[in-house]
Design a protein around this ligand. Structure first.
Ligand code: CAA
Length: 279
């Protein structure tokens, strides 16, 4: 199958990689050529890790050759499955989705990798709303088996079934969610992160001990503050804001400590500083 992924940041490049690993021809598209270059390097590194532990069924080079890199969104033309994975901002997603629709074949399925924006809202930017569906992947995409499939009021049954089949075929194990803010995972994860920040804010325990409690007490691979740094503190803040705005419940209110850190540019791993120092 021909697949296009629009947006080649952390999520987009991971999604492109797993489709290529499953034997599909992938076009990885990003308007920023520098980001595309980084995506190629990063995919190679990730595949090398998988190759080293004998988790690839083909050679790294064969998989790499299945991925074409392009800075022209019109190159989605001819793809049967297109996934938008640009920045989590509604105006940026609107532009990407409208441009995708200008060139996509009328029968192409269009998925969106959003962690918090309503699928019904994004569907407004789609021509042929029945073919639009939420496909929320998890970071690191080549490792995490989960994908949340989110349907809008207008997504067709056929598109839901096809999407499920494709996700299973690329090695993911999907769950289904209605279009409610945070879907399943972030609705539950973000209040956990929020409460961990409250425990830290109140000086009850150190970041290291909060995380250790979850690693050693609940067998989580990362504690909630490490995970927040890994996801990006700006992303956590934005998701909490959406949850708080839409549900109006204090349990989703973004903590002031989180706001201060984001404002100061402490975004977690990607900026080198968050609840921990990565420099
Ligand atoms: N590509 C390929 N393989 C990778 C990889 C990558 N990018 N990153 C890690 N791996 C592999 C490693 O090769 C290693 O494999 P083996 O165990 O078979 O040797 C395995 O994953 C573990 O990696 P490491 O040993 O380097 O490090 P680790 O044990 O600390 O694990 C981790 C790293 C997989 C990230 C682990 O800490 C983890 O699972 N953390 C939780 C991640 C999580 O919860 N992600 C979801 C975030 S929420 C989200 O994404 C949605 C949202 O909307 C916010």
């Amino acid at each position: 199958m021909k697949v296009s992924v629009v947006g080649s940041g952390t999520m987009g490049r991971g999604i492109g990689q797993v489709f290529a690993q499953a034997g599909h021809q992938v076009k990885l598209i990003d308007i920023n050529k520098e980001v595309l270059g980084k995506a190629k390097e990063n995919i190679k590194e990730s595949l090398a890790r998988l190759e080293k532990k004998k988790a690839l069924t083909e050679s790294l080079d064969v998989i790499m050759e299945r991925i074409e890199y392009s800075s022209d969104i019109a190159d989605v033309k001819g793809s049967q499955f297109i996934i938008e994975a640009v920045f989590e901002r509604i105006d940026i997603k609107q532009e990407a989705l409208e441009n995708i629709c200008k060139s996509a074949s009328p029968d192409a399925i269009i998925g969106t990798n959003t962690s918090s924006i309503s699928i019904n809202t994004l569907a407004k930017f789609i021509e042929g709303k029945e073919r639009f569906i939420g496909t929320h992947f998890f970071n690191p995409v080549p490792v995490m088996k989960l994908v949340e499939i989110i349907t809008s009021e207008r997504t067709s049954k056929e598109v839901i079934e096809k999407t499920e089949k494709v996700m299973i075929e690329i090695g993911k194990d999907p769950v289904f969610s209605k279009d409610f803010p945070g879907f399943i995972s972030n609705r539950i994860l973000m209040p956990l992160i929020r409460e961990a920040i409250a425990v830290y804010e109140q000086g009850i325990a150190s970041a290291a001990d909060i995380d250790k409690s979850f690693r050693l007490g609940m067998a989580h691979p990362m504690g909630p503050l490490e995970l927040a740094d890994f996801v990006g503190l700006d992303v956590c803040y934005d998701v909490l804001e959406v949850l708080y705005r839409d549900y109006g419940e204090p349990r989703f209110k973004p903590p002031i400590t989180l706001k201060n850190m984001v404002t100061a540019g402490k975004l977690g791993r990607k900026s080198g500083e968050g609840f921990y120092n990565y420099r």
